[in-house]
Design a protein around this ligand. Sequence first.
Ligand SMILES: Cc1cc2nc3c(=O)[nH]c(=O)nc-3n(C[C@H](O)[C@H](O)[C@H](O)COP(=O)(O)O)c2cc1C
Length: 212
Amino acid sequence: MSQKYNNLMDIIYERKSVRKFDPAYKIDRATIDEMLTEATQAPSSSNLQSWRFMVIQDDETKKNIQKFSFNLQQIETSSALIAVIGDTEAYHNIDEIYHRNLEAGFIDQVNMERQISNAKALYPNAPFEARLNIANFDAGLISMQFMLIAKAKGLDTVCMGGFDKDQFAKQFGLDKRYVPLVLIALGKAAAPAYGSTRLPLEDLMLQPANNK
Ligand SMILES: Cc1cc2nc3c(=O)[nH]c(=O)nc-3n(C[C@H](O)[C@H](O)[C@H](O)COP(=O)(O)O)c2cc1C
């Protein structure tokens, strides 16, 4: 799929959450896979890439998700729903990820073994909540990246946390290690985004505490 925008600033300012898509607009799976592959260039904690995806395009499945979601219109009219799911056991891929770096010539054997041993000491022993927190953060980065990529291609998105995550996991038979985090509706806008403002930067600046 060709680019509509090339300038990153245009993409950043043009991306807005769209809540009504053209239901007749189809996006083929290869295009979505290409966008997801591009999105996976996002950084992640120790490069463990704890994001997992489900791509939902059929109406029947979308209807089922609507039953436990507060976002009826955007789900119904979207061309696809991307479920971004956190893998709280992404550490199972430690060996593969670091060996790939070795094969690509990015790291030598000694450093690879050191990194593998550090990662294996840290992640499997971390509490579930800590691993979920990491997966959540990684998912946020890849979701943002995906939404900007979609915008660059002239598509629109809305990120949604408003759905019953337990129901989602149940419906798709997800193992407990996989935690649904957000759904991203993807499609062609049929109505403009509501528009939204941002707080001025000075409201966002915290002053370092004076400990004297
Ligand atoms: C983690 C997250 C969850 C969100 N959940 C929902 C949602 O359930 N339904 C919805 O309509 N919008 C949802 N949004 C979209 C926000 O409301 C929207 O990003 C915000 O109002 C700013 O508007 P903009 O995206 O158009 O700039 C969510 C956004 C994020 C980042």
